[in-house]
Design a protein around this ligand. Structure first.
Ligand SMILES: Cc1ncc(COP(=O)(O)O)c(C=O)c1O
Length: 344
């Protein structure tokens, strides 16, 4: 099966499995795992931050970061389609005691002036703002990128009022590749960033938080509190190191595959697709046809051994990744033309 549902569907490569089998390990809760220590150092270096911390998932990375940056009862400013808002079980409210204030976005980007206005001045009735969170690339917007200039503008607005900025950078390296900048430039002004090893980078498990030493020390305590202190976690870190070394240099290929499919789709009857959103490894589109719903298109694709998932009756997101080859990409295009070419 060709699996377009998510880049979380990838299987570890042979090199990852070998590195996992051969990893040097120790007890990471006592910071004795050399492979975890190496991954955290490599990640921090790639993102230009003082220190890194391996966590179990992107969700854990976000909640641990926000616990470390804020105090209960404060406000978290988020774009209204943010992953943290939609898909993380409301953990910021339940676990960090944060009140969420969402703002509309344009391709996943909040307006800096609206962020500034949402950071309420200290006043007896108001909850203080604990943090602003950005998402890069932006999942629900279709994998769109926030630029260095935009990120710096948001950080400037927030920092001027003493508010830290967290970046949910589950796919930050995709943004860097698409924008032609180094990932460290994209997060330089932010206080914390989480990126995922288990998405476009293709590793089986894990995410890394990066930031200043003092922030990471606090984050390490919250990770322990949440049960994320793993022991011989070098097994996981070893695959992460291979991902950073071998998969990062090929992310642009996934973007080419997404572009190819998007350009074919955009020409087909009843497909509504904004090509401006196709910036990285995702293709987000709507099917506006009398003869077929989005779930029905997924059923038809399954007959071609292609797995896809509809978000609702009209919307579908395809995600390209390492386990979908350029040949598979052409197969997807042939299938889409066959299924959608006639009618409308
Ligand atoms: C933007 C974004 N942030 C966070 C996450 C959560 O990552 P995990 O599934 O590893 O918890 C995801 C998962 O898809 C994501 O797309």
């Amino acid at each position: 099966m060709i699996d377009l549902r998510s880049d979380t569907k990838t299987r570890p490569t042979e090199a990852m499995r070998r590195a996992m089998a051969e990893a040097e390990v120790g007890d990471d809760v006592d910071r004795e795992d050399p492979t975890v220590n190496k991954l955290e150092a490599v990640a921090a270096d790639l993102l230009g931050k003082e220190a890194g911390l391996l966590v179990t998932s992107g969700t854990q990375g976000n909640i641990v970061s926000l616990l470390a940056l804020t105090e209960p009862g404060e406000k978290l400013i988020l774009e209204q389609d943010a992953h943290i808002f939609h898909y993380e079980r409301g953990g910021v409210a339940r676990l960090a005691g944060l009140m969420v204030h969402t703002l509309p976005g344009h391709y996943g980007a909040m307006n800096p002036a609206e962020v500034e206005a949402a950071i309420w001045a200290e006043e007896i009735h108001r909850a203080p703002t604990g943090a602003v969170a950005l998402e890069n690339t932006h999942n629900r917007a279709g994998g769109t990128c926030l630029s260095v200039g935009y990120t710096n503008d948001i950080c400037e607005v927030a920092h001027r009022q003493g508010v830290p900025v967290h970046i949910d950078g589950a796919r930050i390296f995709d943004a860097a590749v698409a924008l032609g900048v180094e990932a460290k430039e994209l997060v330089a002004a932010a206080d914390s960033v989480t990126f995922c090893l288990s998405k476009s980078l293709g590793a089986p498990v894990g995410s890394v938080i990066c930031g200043r030493e003092a922030f990471i020390a606090r984050a390490r305590e919250y990770r322990k509190m949440l049960g994320g202190g793993m022991r011989q976690a070098g097994i996981i870190a070893a695959a992460g190191l291979v991902a950073l070394e071998q998969e990062l240099p090929r992310l642009h290929e996934d973007h080419q595959k997404a572009r190819r499919i998007a350009e074919v789709l955009a020409e087909l009857p009843g497909v509504r697709l904004d090509l401006a959103t196709v910036q990285t490894n995702m293709v987000l589109f709507e099917l506006q046809r009398a003869d077929m719903t989005a779930p029905q298109l997924c059923e038809r694709l399954a007959e071609w051994d292609i797995q896809a998932r509809a978000r609702n009756e009209v919307q579908i997101r395809f995600v390209l990744h390492r386990d979908i080859s350029f040949k598979d990409t052409e197969q997807i295009c042939v299938a889409l033309k066959d299924i959608l070419g006639a009618g409308g």
